[in-house]
Design a protein around this ligand. Sequence first.
Ligand SMILES: O=C(O)CCC(=O)C(=O)O
Ligand SMILES: [Fe+2]
Length: 305
Amino acid sequence: MAADTISKSTIPVIDMRDFPAESGKLIKACEDWGCFRIVNFQGILPESLMLEMKAVVKSLLELPIEIKKRNKDVIAGSGYMAPSKINPLYEALGLYDMASPQAVNAFCSYLDATPHQRDTIVKYAKAVNELMMDIVNKLQEGLGINNVSFEDWVCQFRINKYSFTPETVSSPGVQLHTDSSFLTVLQDDETIGGLEVMKRCGEFEAVDPCPGTLLVNLGDIATVWSNGRFLNVKHRVMCKEAGTRLSIASFLLGPKEATVEAPPELVDSEHPRLFVPFTYEYFRNLRVSNKFHTGEALDSLRVPS
Ligand SMILES: O=C(O)CCC(=O)C(=O)O
Ligand SMILES: [Fe+2]
């Protein structure tokens, strides 16, 4: 797909087959927007697998609530989220550590998944992880950084369902937030829109559906790792039309045990280290226990100036 056939929206579009030519545009997208759409990644994640995964997600989210409730948290907020007072139109299932066969097995067993559904989840997780590694390597090349390995970083899935009706038009689907992750690969709905990203100036930009492409959002950990260069994009979902919106978010969270810190290439006397090193687990607990949704957790982790 050619980059210039994509939507009216001005969100940057990155052609994954056109590197290093797209490198400057990729880094600028991370700095100015904290998000971008990617095209031409089908060699890693074929469209047929994206559609198959969407069908699996749809049937899992249609299970009776008693079954969905068996998908318990492994870390704060990683399991089933029922519709709530704050987000009554929204529910989600989650799989923490999608690269772990035991974690995938537990998730599938609790939800009585069929062998075909399990197989699709495993294939999708592997492809999305490979795509994430491709993206982070392109980011590193763009910044002139070598040798940082992201292989042991934990990945989490969240599959989201929004039940929109004519009566709920203009209501929020999911409240304004940043992702806690380094980056999020989002397979959004093919037809039902509603996602909005906040630009640096504070205005919202609608992210229109664009089947066969993926949206990449940068989260709080990207801001820390890039020593403040990358924007942790704030975003929300609004009900714009009646219909069911289904999205699949795959989060590259942080290292399993090591601390998150900017690589030395991004730190010098003109760019002093902005954040103290911390583990992802510490950060996640800080965010969840204080109900920090839009990056406020980063404030208390700044190096005193
Ligand atoms: O459903 C969407 O499009 C957005 C989901 C999202 O922002 C998230 O899961 O963090
Ligand atoms: Fe998000």
